[in-house]
Design a protein around this ligand. Structure first.
Ligand code: DGT
Ligand code: CA
Ligand code: CA
Length: 581
């Protein structure tokens, strides 16, 4: 699949265009990059089937981008992109990963100081060559060094969202091999951890040698670390390592349990086995030399006197004690979601129309989709003002009437993702907020306030009787930016006391709340919503990442409002008193 490669190239073109100060065009390339990254079908396949016309039919892909995709598919290159790379030979990918370093700043540093790599950027900052430049200053230089330190601490691991699609692709290929009887992922990926060190696969096969040969010659393998009779380890071009082990059928369950980890969970489990005079290893649960349980994971847990523990819980965070006491949570299931409450439409510059979003929601079997367009303060995202929100509401009403006429049990909900201003106020007047089904509020500016101010700002927003949900409540971006300086304990307390719902954002690099925050929120009785924050319909599929974290946070259906019917959901939201409208 060339989708990811093309998405990366278009993303870079957008950055080059921004460097040049071109208006609007970067946005078009950015949008195309997003679409391609999320596109389910191989773009090469689309082209083979329906040519240029097929490419143009992809949302967000116009004439000029379609012809660039064609150029890449037929020649392996895009001249427009090669020209940029020649003119500005900067390792942009690395440099703009430094929080606060945009393409424009990168260009200035290249032109003034010849900075092309991350190392040169660090060197320039350390030797104080950046501060004197126009538009930079001491504070910026300091921030650059801080951000580089942050990056260094978080390298070596990959986002689950980058890896899961790749791993699922490999899994499907292994499953399709006639020599493979059973195959599963294991390790941190199976536990849905937000970042992944390497991918682990286990398989049962009567002909392991053939499976090994197949695995090391998968497309995208750039290095074979090792290849034995039943174990192989490879590196993919993305820099990611994958291990495959072939296991005898009679000990598959014990091996799956062992290689799923976590290591800490396994250690705790082994201790329980020892206390019962048993020995647990990757080969089985043994009493002396007799295997008591080994073929399935369920068997292993049951033989230890425990119910089955879902992989997402296996972190030695109290799950074994809970299992023993019969108090494991009934985790929210991957099929339990009934709607998505954070979707952007083309009203605010998202890729899809309300009708397209509704159709996609119905295909997913949802009962509702909440449209949460940006509001007016956010100009770059074409945020809606009061008048535009009301006009959009009329269109939603019209669509909902047509669904009702057609006998469909699906509806769009009228919402917005409003901005929490520096003082905690919302950028839309109350009279209009009152006409929405739900209001999400989030921080999209002034990220660098101090802890006290930032906390007070969020508290004020939560106390607003119109604000139902706080979006991305911690503001972190994994591997890129720390959380806002906030006192999360205060935020949680006020969320509970005001009945404000907190968002679990499913974007793989966001995932705020994280697993531990979710667990804490659940314990305090705070309700949460799992949202995709989709700007185009393919991103509705990101839900799985938020769900994974919710499960890691011990969340049950009762904790997650979009696992509820639309009636219960709407019933649960704040009801501003007449005087507050
Ligand atoms: P990762 O790859 O860093 O994201 O994390 P994991 O959990 O996938 O770790 P990995 O790939 O090193 O090993 C896979 C599983 O194998 C791990 O979760 C538990 C098991 N395992 C590996 N090494 C050990 C060990 O030394 N002791 C125990 N008890 N289990 C181990
Ligand atoms: Ca692993
Ligand atoms: Ca491994």
């Amino acid at each position: 699949m060339k989708n990811q490669e093309l998405a990366r190239i278009f993303g870079e073109i957008a950055e080059y265009l921004e460097m040049e100060g071109v208006r609007f065009k970067p946005y078009a390339y950015q949008k195309a990059a997003l679409t391609l990254a999320a596109l389910q079908e191989d773009v090469g396949e689309v082209y083979r089937r329906s040519g240029l016309k097929g490419l143009r039919a992809i949302p967000g892909v116009g004439e000029s981008i379609a012809s660039k995709i064609e150029e890449y598919l037929t020649s392996g290159k895009i001249a427009y992109y090669e020209e940029f790379k020649r003119k500005l030979p900067i390792d942009l990918d690395a440099i703009i990963r430094v929080e606060g370093m945009g393409p424009k700043k990168a260009k200035v540093l290249y032109e003034k100081l010849g900075v092309t790599t991350l190392e040169e950027l660090e060197e320039a900052a350390r030797s104080h060559k950046i501060a004197p430049l126009f538009g930079f200053g001491d504070k910026t230089e300091e921030n650059i060094l801080e951000a580089i330190e942050f990056l260094k601490r978080s390298t070596g691991r990959f986002l689950l969202g980058e890896i899961l699609p790749i791993a699922q692709g490999v899994l499907a290929k292994l499953e399709a091999l006639p020599e493979v009887t059973t195959v599963s992922t294991a390790g941190s990926l199976r536990r849905m951890k937000e970042t992944i060190g390497d991918v682990d696969f286990l398989a049962i096969s009567a002909e392991p040698a053939k499976v090994m040969d197949f695995f090391v010659s998968l497309p995208g393998v750039v290095k074979v670390w090792g290849k034995g009779g039943t174990k192989a380890s490879v590196r993919l071009q993305q820099g990611l390592d994958m291990d495959l082990r072939v296991i005898p059928a009679q000990s598959y369950g014990a091996a799956l349990q062992y290689f799923t980890g976590s290591k800490e969970h396994n250690i705790a489990l082994r201790k329980i086995a020892l206390d019962q005079g048993l020995k647990l290893s990757e080969y089985g649960l043994f009493k002396g030399s007799e295997a008591v349980a080994a073929t399935s994971e369920e068997e292993v847990y049951h033989a230890l006197g425990l119910p089955y523990i879902p992989p997402e819980l296996r972190e030695d965070r109290g799950e074994i004690a809970a299992a023993r006491a019969g108090r494991l949570p009934a985790l929210i299931g991957y099929q339990d979601i009934r709607g998505d409450l954070h979707v952007h439409s083309d009203w605010d510059g998202g890729a899809n129309s309300l009708a397209e979003i509704a159709a996609a929601g119905q295909r997913l079997g949802y009962e509702y989709i909440g449209i949460a367009d940006h509001t007016k303060f956010l100009k770059i995202e074409r945020g809606l003002d009061e008048e535009a929100l009301l006009a959009r509401n009329l269109e939603i009403d019209r669509l909902n009437r047509s669904f009702e006429k057609a006998g469909l049990s699906f509806r769009l909900l009228k919402g917005c993702e409003a901005n929490i201003m520096a003082d905690g106020a919302i950028d839309i007047v109350d009279e209009v907020l009152a006409q929405l089904d739900f209001v999400i509020a989030g921080i999209h500016s002034h990220f660098k306030m101090n802890r006290e101010q930032m906390t007070a700002r969020l508290v004020t927003a939560m106390q607003n009787p119109h604000v139902d949900i706080i979006s991305h409540p911690t503001g972190r971006i994994i591997k890129r930016r720390d959380e806002y300086a906030i006192d999360l304990e205060t935020i949680l307390t006020v969320a509970r006391d005001t009945g404000t719902v907190l968002e679990i954002n499913s974007y793989p690099e966001r995932l705020d709340l994280n697993d531990l925050n979710i667990r804490r929120a659940k314990e305090m009785g705070i309700r949460m919503v799992i949202s995709t924050d989709a700007h185009q319909i393919d991103q509705l599929n990101l839900m799985i990442y938020g769900l994974g974290q919710a499960r890691r946070g011990w969340a049950e259906k009762a904790d997650i409002i979009n696992a509820w019917s639309v009636t219960d959901l709407l019933q649960s939201l704040k009801k501003p008193a007449a005087g507050q409208l």
